[in-house]
Design a protein around this ligand. Structure first.
Ligand code: TXA
Ligand code: MG
Length: 333
């Protein structure tokens, strides 16, 4: 299959929207930008179209997809019995990187929800994503745009690497703003359960609603099924370094063994040794780490690094999502 790559500009946005919407309406899949990471989208109501997503990603069929809607009216066409607390959360964080698990409306086929009675719904804030949903006139099912198991696609290089020859259209709108996926939550009458930490932090959610917010660790909460699978992993081995002594020891060891490595480092903690470094901005603002993590993991692979040293951060704010992704990348290498 020929893959058409369109670099989005203000001049071509209208034509690109028409082209992408037409493909979605014909049951095709399209790589499109969102504010978190790129999505691999299909008409959420069309089971054959949704199956193409699973094939293109190599994704297990029981791992459900997020359904992207443009507003609360469309939300009510994909979910039912929506609790007040879910409306309060959408009010506080949408459009934006928050995904809520809700009872599935019959219009959404089981192919989209991995045979579940629930559906994950998100209202993206990226202007192109929003306009595409409206133009296509249908909710868009979209997982992150990456081959299953690899870091999510956040720039054109990653998208070309994974989907050239596999999808008819890739829409390039530059690097994703957040660089980490949305936060996935499940609401119960008494609390909010974080199934996947993400771009919206637990602290932000707790500040917005008057309910306890907890992580899905205990057996009473359904963990996001996707979190079971191999994830976010480059080919190189990912090593978390807890402090600078540990990191510098790792660098020396690699030098002794003649191993090509790469180091992710905060600007105030740059290594003195001769070693390829990817800068993370300041430790006081983790948004740069979030924005660049997936991109750096892929770049380190392209450079031929066999080991990537990444700094540990406190698991608060964006740090919780970062450490969640990094630990999964470690486990699977
Ligand atoms: O930021 C994002 O969320 C991106 C952009 C494209 O919107 N999408 C994304 O989708 O990260 P994906 O498929 O890579 O991750 C969706 C996560 C998976 O862990 C999946 O198992 C979980 O959400 N999920 C989806 N539907 C669910 C459901 N009905 N119940 C529980 N978890 C669900
Ligand atoms: Mg994903």
């Amino acid at each position: 299959m020929d893959t058409n790559i369109i670099r989005l500009t203000s001049e071509n946005t209208t034509d690109t929207l028409s082209e992408a919407a037409a493909l979605l309406q014909r049951g095709e899949i399209v790589v499109f930008p969102t504010e978190t990471v790129y999505g691999l989208g299909a008409d959420a109501r069309n089971p054959e179209a949704v199956e193409k997503i699973f094939e293109a990603k190599g994704r297990p069929f029981d791992n459900p997809l997020i359904v992207h809607v443009s507003d609360t009216t469309m939300l009510e066409s994909v979910a039912h019995d929506i609790p007040d607390i879910a409306y309060a959360l959408f009010d506080a964080f949408s459009p934006g990187p928050l995904t809520i698990i809700l009872p599935k409306h019959p219009s959404i086929p089981y192919e989209t929800t991995g045979n579940r009675e629930t559906v994950a719904v998100r209202i993206p804030s990226h202007p192109f994503a929003h306009a595409l949903i409206e133009r296509a006139g249908t909710p868009i099912a979209a997982p992150s745009a990456n081959r299953s198991g690899k870091p999510s696609g956040t720039n054109l290089e990653a998208l070309e690497e994974d989907f050239t020859g596999i999808v008819p259209l890739i829409i390039d709108a530059g690097e994703s703003t957040y660089g980490l996926e949305s936060t996935v939550v499940h609401v119960t009458p008494s609390d909010i359960v974080i199934l996947r930490p993400g771009a919206i932090s637990r602290e932000q959610i707790a500040a917005a609603v008057n309910l306890p917010v907890r992580d899905a660790k205990s057996s009473d909460a359904p963990e996001a099924p996707g979190m079971r699978y191999r994830h976010y992993a480059p080919n190189a081995q990912v090593v978390i370094t807890r402090n600078l002594e540990e990191r510098d020891r790792q660098i020396q060891e690699a030098h002794r063994e003649g191993l090509p490595i790469a180091v992710l480092s905060f600007t105030e903690e740059m290594p003195h040794a001769e070693v390829p470094v990817f800068p993370l901005g300041s430790r006081t603002d983790l948004s740069v780490y979030a924005h660049t993590l997936y991109q750096y993991l892929r770049e380190a692979d392209r450079m031929g690094a066999v080991r990537i040293l990444v700094p540990e951060v406190d698991e608060e704010g964006l740090g919780a999502a970062l450490m969640n992704r990094i630990r999964k990348a470690v486990k699977s290498t």
